[in-house]
Design a protein around this ligand. Structure first.
Ligand SMILES: [Zn+2]
Length: 147
């Protein structure tokens, strides 16, 4: 039985083999949920692909790519700086492959950076709190022990 969590492109290659596109690059099919496609196979992007292939296609293809973002399923629930690091890696891959615009990518990376800094600050404050409590305890013990 195939692992339900591992997405794969529903398309097939010219030789009939299943498309082995990287799961993080897949785009969900809005009409049939749970069906995923890569950019090359997604039925909704046929027009964009034609535009990309035609003369002067880059400009036309760019028009279709202007508002492409990551899917909700690609968003990691941020709890720790490690989560932010994993999400940043996914954003980097998406920008590098042209799946995400560099503008959207840099906004996302800035937000992840802010999240990481906030985590670090929260952690520092927690540790400072703990240190203060330890110092207060030590001072109390010292006072008590002197008598
Ligand atoms: Zn594919």
């Amino acid at each position: 039985m195939p692992d339900q969590d591992v997405r794969h492109c529903a398309g097939v290659k010219a030789n009939g083999a299943p498309c082995g596109c990287e799961p993080s690059l897949l785009i969900v099919d809005d009409e049939t949920p749970d069906t995923w496609w890569c950019f090359n196979h997604h039925p909704a992007y046929e027009e964009a692909r034609d535009a990309a292939r035609s003369k002067g296609g880059f400009r036309k293809a760019a028009k279709f790519q202007r508002f492409r973002f990551l899917d909700k399923a690609e968003l990691i629930e941020l709890r720790t700086p490690a989560d932010a690091q994993r999400q940043a890696a996914a954003v980097f891959a998406a920008v590098a492959t042209g799946r995400l615009s560099s503008a959207a990518g840099s906004v996302a990376l800035r937000a992840l950076d802010a999240f990481t800094k906030a985590c670090e600050q929260t952690e520092l404050l927690t540790r400072l709190d703990e240190l203060e409590r330890q110092v207060a305890r030590t001072v109390n013990i010292t006072k008590g022990g002197a008598r």
